[in-house]
Design a protein around this ligand. Structure first.
Ligand SMILES: [Zn+2]
Length: 256
């Protein structure tokens, strides 16, 4: 049972996560348009009027404004509060559930995966710079652990996970293309599993594929139950499923 300090830290991490989720919501709108995510202050995407500070409170503002711009009434996408709530949950759960000493890495991993997972869910697109950042931070964490333990083992495990993750999906994609004569997955999926493998190691990379498959199956069953048609070529966002599964594995097992 976490003590009082842990709950206070979890609350702080939830608030930070909500703010980062808010930023992720902005990035979701701007990235596909090729606009800078970091430059320029928050403004309405419809009327370009800058958003007042009082309307920038995660979730609260969205509810108060009933999901509409205060100036022009343009709808603010439902992805905005989804990103904010999930960002907050990632922060709080990292503090309360991650293995000893891995709360901060769990947040950094989770928030990056949240952005990647939501972009893939919306656009079936995994921006390479985001995947590269995920890979670099995973390699950095392994190097940090190796330096602390004066051992090469964490780096070797991470490298093996990265290589296995990439090769596994790259091989599946190639096999599918040879058998069916068309693409079965997005080109960004093998690099994403490679980046996740750098964080989780080889067992975690395999676990991510299994977990993503189970999540995909569950999603297909839910769609069947609500009588939405499921075709063989329904483009389920594999990146989104791998992001969710990979983060859950890190939360339970940590790296390596
Ligand atoms: Zn507006």
């Amino acid at each position: 049972m976490p003590d009082a300090t842990a709950w206070v830290m979890a609350l702080a991490a939830m608030l930070a996560g909500a703010a980062i989720g808010s930023f992720i919501g902005t990035a979701l709108v701007r990235l596909p348009e090729g606009r800078s995510v970091l430059a320029g202050r928050s403004a309405c995407d419809a009327c370009a009027v800058p958003i007042a500070a009082r309307d920038l409170i995660p979730l609260v503002s969205w509810l108060m404004l009933r999901g509409q711009c205060r100036q022009c009434g343009a709808p603010i996408g439902v992805w905005q509060p989804v990103a904010e709530i999930t960002g907050a949950v990632i922060g709080g759960a990292s503090v309360l559930l991650a293995p000893e000493g891995l709360a901060l890495p769990a947040m950094l991993f989770g928030w990056q995966l949240l952005l990647l997972g939501l972009v893939d869910a919306q656009h079936l697109w995994l921006p390479r710079p985001l995947t590269a950042l995920l890979a670099a931070s995973g390699a950095g964490l392994a190097a940090w652990h190796g330096w602390q333990e004066a051992s090469l083992a964490p780096v070797v495990t991470a490298a093996a996970g990265g290589a296995l993750g990439f090769v596994m999906l790259w091989g599946v994609a190639r096999g599918y293309r040879m058998l069916r004569g068309r693409e079965g997955m997005g080109g960004g999926d093998p690099p994403l599993l490679g980046a996740i493998g750098l964080w989780l190691g080889p067992m975690g990379a395999i676990g991510t594929v299994i977990g993503a498959s189970l999540l995909g199956l569950a999603a297909a069953l839910v769609m069947l139950l609500v009588r939405r048609p499921v075709a063989a070529d329904t483009a389920l966002p594999l990146g989104t499923l791998m992001a969710a599964a990979g983060w859950a594995i890190f939360l339970v097992a940590g790296s390596g």
